[in-house]
Design a protein around this ligand. Structure first.
Ligand SMILES: N[C@@H](CCC[C@H](N)C(=O)O)C(=O)O
Length: 288
């Protein structure tokens, strides 16, 4: 299987171009687990498929490291846009990409010298704030802001947002003290999230700057989460820490994103994507 490994701020995925490689549907989940393994696979946070779409220029499907399929992936979208433009799957710098969470629009920005894609802007659409759309149980609040969540002996105050996939955002005083590895996995699988949840901790620096750490559903700690950063900025506005229409600089473990929840209700994300390597993967059971 031909693959390309790419990353967006250290959030790394194995990309397979389904225009050239036809993978069997029943193999996708186990293949994601296999390729993600750092010892016997390639090593990644999951598997992303780039495919034809009946409604958009391209379709992206994303499988987490544990084999679960997610509906959206912000860092993956920037990588897909770069891949599609540089490998001529699309001819324009602007393109539409179908995800299971809806259709988004991306625009690539080129390095003036090399012509390679450096930065990508994605219109991530409107955040979904109704509890049933996230989904989160046992609350009728819309938006779900400062909602108590009991985790073991602790009560955390969450803001819940869907960017096509579910996010629970928690504001903390000091990002270094955020209970990422302790509360992260417990919140991910908490009974109030019937589809599990991505868990984000945010320390506000100012209304236009924040520190961000993530425990991702299905992948654990990652260096960055694009949809999570969009959810975090949305949550900051909902809590009155930031303003709609103002760009927020988000510092993730792997680097920075610029996110705006605009007056038209759309969330815009701008950031980089990089190609690490191309390769040929030999599936388990077909190795010498
Ligand atoms: N890293 C991604 C999100 C990937 C999917 C997520 N773990 C989920 O299960 O919803 C991003 O950059 O958005």
């Amino acid at each position: 299987m031909n693959f390309t490994k790419m990353h967006g701020l250290g959030n790394q995925y194995i990309f397979v171009n389904q225009f050239a490689e036809a993978l069997a549907e029943e193999d996708l989940s186990s293949l994601a687990v296999e390729v993600s393994d750092i010892y016997t696979g390639v090593g990644s946070d999951g598997l992303i498929l780039i495919d034809a779409s009946a409604e958009a220029d391209l379709k992206m499907r994303i499988f987490n490291k544990d084999g679960s399929e997610a509906k959206n992936c912000g860092n993956g979208l920037r990588c897909v846009a770069k891949y599609a433009y540089e490998r001529k799957l699309v001819s324009s710098r602007q393109m539409s990409i179908e995800t299971l969470g809806g259709i988004v629009r991306a625009e690539v920005h080129l390095h003036p010298g090399t012509g390679n894609v450096q930065q990508i802007t994605v219109d991530m659409g409107s955040p979904r704030l109704a509890p049933a759309d996230i989904p989160v149980l046992e609350t009728e609040k819309k938006p779900v802001v400062q909602e108590p969540l009991i985790v073991g002996e602790e009560t955390y105050l969450m803001t819940a947002v869907s960017m096509g996939n579910p996010h629970a955002v928690f504001f903390v005083e000091d990002i270094q003290q955020a209970p990422l590895t302790t509360a992260g996995p417990l919140i991910e699988k908490h009974a109030r999230f019937p589809e599990s949840v991505n868990v984000e901790f945010v320390e506000m620096v100012s209304p236009t700057e924040m520190h961000f750490r993530v425990w991702e559903r299905g992948s654990g700690i990652t260096q960055a989460c694009g949809t999570g950063a969009c959810a975090a900025v949305t949550a900051a506005v909902l809590n009155g820490f930031s303003e709609k229409g103002k760009e927020v600089l988000v510092h993730l473990a792997g680097g920075d994103l610029r996110i705006t929840w605009d007056d038209d209700d759309h969330v815009w994300m701008k950031g980089p994507a990089e190609t690490i390597c191309d390769g040929i993967y030999f599936p388990k059971g077909k190795r010498e």
